[in-house]
Design a binder for this molecule. Structure first.
Ligand SMILES: Cc1cc2nc3c(=O)[nH]c(=O)nc-3n(C[C@H](O)[C@H](O)[C@H](O)COP(=O)(O)OP(=O)(O)OC[C@H]3O[C@@H](n4cnc5c(N)ncnc54)[C@H](O)[C@@H]3O)c2cc1C
Length: 551
């Protein structure tokens, strides 16, 4: 039996649900098919922060920014990898996304005050923050049974209330009780919850356990998709198919063949395994940005999540606190530990030309008792007992032995770091020079503007350590698109009827991670663009450009 829709969306993360909502608002009959049992993909696991230059909430808060500054900033970081027309589309689309969510959903975005851009000293960067915005708490009361069908854990908290966003990480019990009663949630689940409610209200049909496996085409035009579900295969006809299937980080073959270096422990939704990429490749899509991912070091710990993924923490804050460093298996520091996670990916991918060896994979984060006492770590309050999966040792030598790294070299590394940290400098890796480096420790620093906000000696036993893997929040290569997310073929012509949004597409951000929320910005903006374009094109199909020299 064939089912027919105007628009079919594959995937229910931020990209997919935004696309579905945008198309439904335009009056289209829309269906979302989600491969996993739970909705929300990596988005539901995320912090829900969205990075938008020149956004309205910042302007209302008196923070100055502009479209031009946003573009200047992205251009300064591009390394030739960002297509200028897509950078413009990203910067122009952000404020449109804010308006769209305001108008058609319960999601209200607000500034995470003080969260600096990730390269804030670059031209157009914002050291004082303003571009990272997050959803205010969203009520799940109207979602009824759907609430349990969203991935991730319930967090009745804002990013701004977590240590990462400048808060304490705890909410007063009375306030928490009020939030519980009103079924208020924050972070990534809030984004998914808010989008889902709006989609349901606009009549979008949502089906889980349904994997898009193959695009249906007629004369090169995409006319639908084959869906695999537990009962078998069904064919769904559609005027437009929007791929919003996330990245390919869980497919080891694609990871090996395309990425620029190792990705050893994926951390997002385990169903993000390149299905959309393969579907697009099969019908001749042009690929772009394939080597890139939203890189991040990750600390794994035992156990699995509700969605079946292995537990892990980004640990961006812990690495940057005074009294904490990272070393490689030779016992040497190898990077500015406080740099942003995406940029740090490059340090993990450094290849030793003589050994032909990734020197820094795996690495180890080591810290002393002062970090635990002053700041807490891995979600625990200051002074808390470190979990059993964190290695604990009475001496630095003992810690080195536990990880099999040369103790003498490790001691030399720590001695040098300590001597420099006491002087408030890091001549080896310039840690502390950027406002971003100083941000996690600034709240408790005597002088938040000094490098001492991130530099401090490791001298108070016991010492602690964990292994650090190189991971990514998602890959960011895939089918190339035009500004509106229409997928292009190998000759640069539009594949009529096919669109891509979010991590499945060749990312408009190239190798850049502009600031907290940059990946959800791409997902949201291209969700909006593709949903709108799909409906527009279905009514008026775009002209197919035929170049006689190449066809
Ligand atoms: C711990 C953590 C915190 C993060 N915090 C932030 C943050 O605060 N801000 C930010 O910008 N980014 C953050 N990220 C990254 C961000 O969550 C992702 O980059 C983003 O959610 C990707 O959105 P998406 O819609 O493209 O993909 P996803 O949200 O992963 O959605 C893709 C969906 O497609 C489904 N799917 C896959 N194949 C098929 C198929 N064949 N058919 C049907 N469905 C399919 C998947 O099951 C999945 O549900 C974080 C990531 C992690 C892991």
């Amino acid at each position: 039996m064939r089912q027919t829709y105007d628009v079919v969306v594959l995937g229910s993360g931020a990209a997919g649900l935004t696309a579905a909502l945008a198309a439904a608002v335009e009056g289209a009959r829309v269906a979302v098919f989600e491969k996993a049992e739970l909705l929300g993909g990596t988005t539901a696991l995320s912090g829900g922060t969205i990075w938008i230059p020149n956004n309205q909430p910042a302007r209302e808060a008196g923070i100055e920014d502009s479209r031009e500054r946003g573009l200047e900033y992205l251009a300064s970081l591009s390394n030739g990898m960002i297509l200028p027309e897509l950078a413009e589309a990203l910067v122009d689309g952000g404020p449109q996304l804010v308006d769209f969510l305001n108008e058609h959903s319960e999601i209200r975005l607000q500034v995470v005050h003080g969260y600096p851009d990730y390269h804030p000293e670059h031209p157009g960067g914002m050291p004082g923050g303003g571009r990272s915005i997050e959803p205010a708490l969203v009520s799940f009361a109207g979602l009824e049974d759907w609430s349990d069908r969203i991935a991730g854990d319930i967090r009745r908290m804002l990013i701004a209330e977590t240590p990462l966003g400048g808060g304490t990480g705890s909410v007063e019990p009375e306030l928490l009780a009020e939030r519980e009663k009103a079924q208020l949630e924050g972070l990534g689940r809030a984004l998914i919850g808010g989008l889902l409610q709006a989609c349901l209200k606009h009549g979008v049909q949502i089906t889980t356990n349904s994997q898009g496996v193959r695009l249906l085409t007629e004369d090169g035009v995409v006319t639908g998709v084959e869906i695999q579900n537990p009962d078998g295969v069904r064919f769904v006809t559609a005027g437009a198919v929007i791929l919003a299937t996330g990245g390919f980080e869980y497919d080891p073959d694609l990871v090996r063949d395309f990425l620029r270096g190792p990705l050893t422990r994926p951390i997002g939704a385990p169903t993000d395994s390149g299905d959309g990429l393969r579907m697009a490749m099969r019908i001749g899509a042009q690929l772009g940005n394939m080597r890139e991912a939203w890189w991040s070091p990750v600390v794994g710990y035992p156990g699995v999540r509700r969605d079946g993924g292995r537990n892990g923490l980004l640990s961006a804050r812990e690495r940057a606190l005074p009294g904490s460093i990272m070393v490689n298996r030779y016992g040497r520091r190898f990077a500015n530990e406080a740099a942003n996670y995406n940029a740090l990916g490059g340090a993990f991918h450094r290849l030793d030309e003589s050994r032909l060896d990734y020197l820094n994979v795996p690495a180890f984060m080591v810290f002393d008792q002062s970090v635990v006492d002053r700041f807490g770590a891995f979600g625990l309050a200051p002074g808390g007992e470190m979990p059993s999966w964190v290695q604990r040792a009475a001496t630095l030598d003992e810690l080195a032995d536990a990880f099999g790294i040369p103790a003498a070299e490790f001691r030399t590394t720590v001695d040098r770091f300590n001597k420099n940290a006491r002087a408030g400098v890091d001549p080896d890796f310039a840690r502390g020079q950027s406002a971003y480096d100083r941000y996690p420790g600034a709240g408790q620093a005597e002088d938040p503007g000094s490098a001492r906000a991130t530099l401090g000696p490791l001298e108070n036993a016991p010492f602690y350590g964990v292994e650090v893997a190189i991971s990514a929040l998602g890959t960011k290569g895939g089918p190339r698109t035009d500004r509106d997310g229409r997928v292009l073929d190998v000759d640069g012509d539009v594949i009529t009827g096919l669109y891509a949004a979010g991590n499945v597409m060749a990312s408009p951000a190239g190798m850049v991670y502009g600031g907290a929320g940059a990946t959800l910005a791409v997902a949201g903006v291209w969700g909006l663009y593709t949903g709108r374009a799909a409906v527009r094109d279905f009514k008026t199909p775009p002209p197919v450009v035929v170049d006689s020299a190449t066809h």
